[in-house]
Design a protein. Sequence first.
Length: 261
Amino acid sequence: MTERSDYQKLRAHLAYLRMGAAAEALPGLLDEAIRTKCSTQAFLEKLLSVEVDAVEERRRVTLERFASLPSPFTLADFDFTAQPSVDEKLVRELGTLRFLEDATNVLFIGPPGVGKTMLAVALGHAAVTAGMRVHYTTAADLAARCHRAALEGRWATTMRFYANPRLLIVDEVGYLPLPQEAAAALFQVVSQRYLKGSVCLTTNLGIASWGRVLGDDQMVAGALLDRLLHRSVVVNIEGDSYRMRSHRARAEATRRAVRNP
């Protein structure tokens, strides 16, 4: 009776402390402890490690959901031989995430399809794996969200949302011209994060062309670039699109099959 009472008390304590994984594992670990005659200290370590693993898994899932990364790519998936213009040593260094320590920004610049988004997403996954808050958005989605926030009186809340992550990834800047209001929103987000959190930005435009994209406002473009480039790493990527190379390879394979049925 006493053993059963102590067991129920222990289950109750674990439930009260919201240690659900430990409570679920308790019966099996108790049976194992009796069978192996392990020490109380060893039993407690095993019990608590179950809960620690469960907490870490919940945290990882929460970070991944918040990050909203559009693909599972990591740096291990990037084919540096296919893009020789990419400085592999520099990208590997970025993969250590040391650039986040002093809120350095990263700009990937190059034509469509050369791997800019893949590299940005890979850095995002590395930061999530390290337990950091990350958020991915396209420039168009950021502009739309800020526009809705202004209409609904949630501007300050939205600015805090974008200021909070350790790494904010803004993809596809320059693919579509941004109206002046959207350009101002992007500027506000970057200003909120200036010297506090890193921005990883991808764009198909050279820096000199940003004025055309940001509502033809050279002043906003200059102020935005001043904050982004003050402490930054710029990675220029040249070469053919991955998709175009794949298309040419399939076309060549088809031609060979037709010539040699």
